[in-house]
Each structure stands twice: as C-alpha cells, then as structure tokens.
Design a protein around this ligand. Structure first.
Ligand code: AMP
Length: 283
C-alpha cells in the first residue's frame, strides 16, 4: 500500500488501474482510523478491485470555534490499519494541495442541511460537499463508502450525487459500536475516563428510542421526550438536539408515518458526539 500526497499521483495510479479494466472504491475519512472506518474499507475491498482511502482533516468543514487544531492525527497508524483491511492507496494531501491559493468554488446544499447538525454547524456541510466533490473528481470511483454514523452527511452526499449527476454509487454502511454500545468515533479520544462513562448515555437513549419504535410507538414527541429525559439524567451531558426527521428531507416530523431518522447530538463536557437510528432498521 502506498501513501500518496499529490492529486497528480492519485490520478496517474487510478488511470493505470482503469487501463487494466479494474473497478475502484473510495473511502473518504479524516483519519485517526478505527473499526468504523475499517468496516467501510472492508466493504470497498469486497466490492471493488482497488480501494483508495482518503485521509484528510478538511479545514473547510470546521467552524471557527471547532476542534480543527486538536483533531487527532496519526498517519502511520492509519496506514497500517488501512493496509490490513485491503486498501491500495492512502491519499493524504496537505491542505494547500486541496485548496490552492485563490480557491473560490464551493458545493452547497439547501434543504437537507437546514436541520440537525446544519443548525449548530452552519458551515459544515458546505465544507463536506465541496471536499467530497473534489475527492470524487480526483479519484473518479465506481463506488464511495460512507457510515450511517453520520446519517445526515450520508443523506446529503446521496442527494448531492443525484442532483449533480455524479456517476458513481453511494454505499451506506452500518454503525460500528464499542462493546458497551458507544458508537466508535475519532472524537471519543477527547473523553476523560469519567466522560467516557457518561458518553454511554447516547447509545442508551438510542437503544431506548429503538425499543419504543419496535413496540409500536409512532408519536415523535413521545420517543424524543423519553430519550431527552434519559440524557438529562446524566449530569455531564448537554443536549444539542434529539429529533425525528423524514429521511428524504431531514425535516422534523410528528408522526412515524414514513421512513424516519432519529438523530441526536450531545455534548459530554466539551466533546460533541452524535448517534442515531433509522426506523427502517428497527426490526
Ligand atoms: P470521519 O473520519 O469521522 O470523517 O469518518 C469517515 C467515514 O467513516 C464517514 O463516512 C463516517 O460516517 C464513517 N464512520 C465513522 N465512525 C463510524 C462508525 N462508528 N461506524 C461506521 N462508520 C463510521
């Protein structure tokens, strides 16, 4: 496996693969890889002849008060994990390689980004859409892999690819959790021991919400109310949002009369964590 730093080199390697008639999968990440990322690399390795993992902490998707500077980075460790799961290239550009001087073109989206994380992170999805479009143009993959952990991001990317006629398949992969239920995330490394214990309240409330749906509850306020009560019982937790939205529009709904996403964002101390479930996945 090769670590590649420039766009030209990625293009030239992918061109060689294409000349041999090989298919290509792309797994976009911000690095500090864990088993959640590994599951996407596994899926790409299974579906495609070659897999490119991008490893880039994208400055454009961070707000001015967010954790860009402190975001964890470890390229050596990432390379070992990606290789073990079948990646052929790690693309790890410097910000200046992705955003040259005078960079001034953006990909933005309206409706789907107005709820949930879009409310508390106003510049986030413009940064995500722009960088993912760039990665699609650089790698030109047959398929790209995204985790359901970032459910709104997955919906936004699907919508963008459809709106802009991007010629690839977007594959959504299940959330990978720690043994005790906490969704795996590079940001879990910010948590102290005490906060790590408190963070379990996210998955507990997600499982409680799933249980209510499973038992036939269709009133959004009842489900989110019970989940909020549970989260509020944890002194270190501060709710950003707990919402049920239509999966197609990401707009809030009152009744579970269509496929819905239940999404939460909660601060544990200074660390903002997210989790969710799709009602369609509740059996
Ligand atoms: P990130 O590096 O956090 O930007 O994530 C890169 C990709 O990995 C995104 O598509 C995420 O949704 C996905 N991902 C992150 N954590 C998990 C997880 N616990 N389970 C499944 N996918 C994940």
């Amino acid at each position: 496996m090769k670590i590649v730093k420039t766009i030209d080199e990625v293009r030239s390697i992918v061109k060689g693969w294409r000349a041999e008639g090989l298919t290509v999968g792309l797994v976009p990440t911000m690095g500090y890889l864990h088993e959640g990322h590994a599951s996407l690399i596994d899926a790409s390795h299974r579906d495609n002849d070659r897999t490119v993992v991008s490893d880039f902490v994208n400055p454009m998707q961070f707000g001015p008060t967010e954790d860009l500077a402190s975001y964890p980075r470890d390229l050596k460790r990432d390379a070992a994990l990606a290789e073990a799961h079948g990646a052929d290239i790690i693309f790890n550009p410097e910000p200046s390689e992705m955003y040259h001087e005078g960079f001034s073109s953006f990909v933005d989206m309206t409706v789907l980004t107005q709820e949930l994380c879009g409310l508390s992170r106003p510049v986030h999805f413009r940064g995500v859409c722009t960088v993912v479009s760039k990665l699609f143009n650089i790698v030109k993959p047959d398929r790209a892999y995204f985790g359901k952990k970032d459910a709104q991001q997955l919906a936004v990317i699907r919508h963008m690819a459809d709106d802009l006629n991007m010629d690839l398949e977007i594959i959504g992969c299940p959330i990978i959790r720690e043994e005790d239920g906490l969704a795996k995330s590079s940001r879990n490394t910010y948590l102290s021991d005490e906060e790590r214990k408190a963070a379990l309240i996210l998955s507990k409330s997600i499982f409680a919400g799933m249980d209510m749906v499973k038992h036939g509850c269709t009133t959004a306020a009842e489900i989110t109310g019970a989940m909020k009560k549970l989260i509020d019982s944890e002194p270190l937790a501060k709710i950003d949002y707990v919402k049920l939205v239509d999966v197609a529009t990401m707009q809030q709904i009152e009744k579970l009369d269509r496929p819905a996403l239940c999404a939460i964002a909660v601060y544990i101390g200074k660390t903002r964590l997210i989790d969710n479930f799709f009602t369609e996945d509740v059996k």
